[in-house]
Design a protein around this ligand. Structure first.
Ligand SMILES: Cc1ncc(COP(=O)(O)O)c(C=O)c1O
Length: 397
């Protein structure tokens, strides 16, 4: 008898809150990939955005030294080491022209995902709403549901450069909204910040008491000379919002779980209060390695990484173009957002068909929200030769 088939019925039963959310997209993709590989298929995954090149050598070296220092082995402080907080402040000043107080306006996070999820627990009551970019990173909608609240999608409109139409949000929703999740450069569309959007979001946040959360996971991965700003560089941002800055993608550190929340001191204080009841902070050695990552000496590594992705972006966009799929080359992120061929009724059908016929994994747009339907996402985090092979298989299909 399996564990789930006891006389007590389905046991153990997940909570109602867990039953409210679908399985995490990439957990499901991982399952499909395992099954295909077990069946002998040469699978190429262009699904998850997980850099295939190593963490930059000076960061690994800093980690080696930090981990050998016995002073890093005990429980970290959830507030973060001074070295890490000061490195984030220096980086924000140098890179974005944003001044931050290392005592009150910065705190480490165990990855942006942890931070974004926990902000839901910290700020939402059961009848509250979080306004979530749609399509968007799945935690913007799963997080509010797990916190027992609601997520309201804000469709990103292609004709507006993938900005949400903030004027279209109903007065009722605005009255119940406590959080708003934005993200530029944007996953999954690759869009960069539409002009004036941060200003409008700040105005809305101020008027309705909404904490604006800007997810800054991709500011360091931009192309064609575009430089992404910080949300906090917009006047008034700190009054109403926070930014979550992740080292995962820009520094090839996805496995390290290293991020920071910066901005509104009161919001950070509440986040700290919540987290000190949930986890015990970011490993001190990772904080020290993260501090090294943010120094100006690493800029050349970031530049080389951008050049690599830009080359891959052009490779995929050109190949899709030759296959008759019209895409515009994104100015940021590690993703290409492309329309599903007209003969398929849904993005999920198309991606299942592609996997079945070619062994190539791509993500269905609908997994990022209702407005993602009709699109698929290609991640550029695969070596060039495999990427070339994958687009060739797509072209033949
Ligand atoms: C928009 C966005 N935010 C956050 C994350 C997660 O970042 P982290 O690895 O710091 O948890 C991702 C990862 O894909 C992302 O695309």
């Amino acid at each position: 008898m399996r564990f789930t088939e006891t006389r007590l019925g389905a046991h153990p039963r997940p909570s109602k809150r867990l039953e409210r959310i679908p399985p995490y997209l990439f957990a499901e993709l991982e399952r499909q990939i395992r099954a295909k590989r077990a069946a002998g298929v040469d699978v190429i995954s262009l699904g998850i955005g997980d850099p295939d090149t190593p963490t930059y050598a000076p960061i690994v070296e800093a980690m080696r030294a930090a981990v050998a220092d016995l002073g890093t082995h005990r429980y970290p402080s959830n507030r973060g080491r001074r070295e890490f907080r000061e490195a984030v402040c220096a980086f924000y000043a140098r890179r974005f022209g944003v001044e931050l107080d290392p005592e009150t306006e910065v705190m480490p996070a165990i990855g942006a995902k942890e931070c974004i999820f926990n902000l839901n627990l910290a700020f939402l009551n059961p009848d509250d709403v979080a306004l979530a970019a749609d399509p968007g990173y799945p935690v913007y909608t799963g997080g509010p549901l797990l916190a027992g609240a609601q997520a309201e999608p804000m469709p990103l409109i292609p004709e507006f450069g993938f900005a949400p139409d903030l004027d279209a949000i109903s007065a009722e929703s605005l009255g119940r909204s406590r959080l708003m999740f934005l993200n530029y450069p944007n996953n999954p569309t690759g869009a960069v910040l539409p002009e004036g959007l941060f200003e409008r979001a700040i105005e809305l946040g101020r008027r309705h008491g909404i904490l604006v959360v800007h997810d800054n996971a991709y500011s360091e991965i931009t192309y064609d000379g575009y430089v992404a700003p910080s949300f906090l560089a917009t006047p008034g941002a700190k009054e109403v919002g926070v930014e979550v800055f992740s080292l995962s993608k820009g520094y090839n550190m996805t496995g390290w779980r290293c991020a920071a929340i910066v901005g509104n001191a009161q919001a950070i204080e509440h986040y700290w209060r919540l987290k000190s009841n949930i986890d015990s902070g970011l490993f001190d050695a990772v904080q020290l390695a993260g501090a090294t990552a943010l120094g100006p000496e690493l800029d050349a590594h970031v530049g080389a990484m951008k050049a690599l992705y830009q080359r891959r972006r052009d490779l995929v966009c050109n190949a899709l173009g030759r296959a008759g799929v019209t895409v515009s080359a994104p100015k940021g992120t590690i993703y290409i957002w492309a329309p599903v061929p007209a003969e398929f009724s849904s993005s999920a059908d198309y991606c299942a068909h592609v996997l079945e016929r070619t062994g190539v994994v791509i993500s269905p747009g609908a997994a990022y929200g209702p407005s993602g339907e009709g699109f698929f996402r290609v991640s550029l985090t695969t070596p060039d030769d495999r990427l070339r092979e994958a687009v060739e298989r797509l072209r033949r299909l």
